[in-house]
Design a protein around this ligand. Structure first.
Ligand code: HEC
Length: 96
């Protein structure tokens, strides 16, 4: 029984690793709870999908430093490293 479970977990891990390149980078899923991950449909929160990569990076840095006022993004931006912000911004910029 234990061996079957271990094998199943190993298979799931391999499957996840195989499709990883099409998946959002770490942290990006945390944004789409508020920011829609696609450009379709109405949304009260600004879209990130299809936005310029540099624009997203700058906004995150400004939120993090406090240069740009925010209700929630200042706290959220503090939770991400520069590398994570770059990866998330690049991923959103590629979304349609
Ligand atoms: C809890 C909801 C929430 C989450 C989660 C969230 N945001 Fe935001 N975001 C907002 C709100 C609300 C604003 C408007 C600024 C403010 O009031 O904080 C905003 C603004 C922004 C802006 C500026 C948009 C513009 O039009 O200038 C960017 C860029 C952004 N968020 C990126 C992100 C990224 C990247 C993540 C994930 C790491 C994320 N947000 C997660 C709610 C959220």
């Amino acid at each position: 029984m234990r061996r079957t479970v271990t094998a199943a977990i190993a298979c799931a891990w391999i499957a996840a690793a195989t499709v990883a390149s099409a998946e959002p980078p770490a942290g990006a899923a945390a944004c789409s709870g508020c920011h829609p991950s696609s450009a379709r449909g109405p949304s009260p929160v600004a879209r990130l999908a299809g936005r310029d990569r540099a624009e997203i990076v700058k906004a995150m840095h400004d939120f993090r430093s406090g240069e740009r006022a925010a209700t929630v993004m200042d706290r959220i931006a503090k939770g991400f490293t520069d590398d994570e912000i770059q990866a998330i911004a690049a991923w959103y910029a590629e979304q349609k």
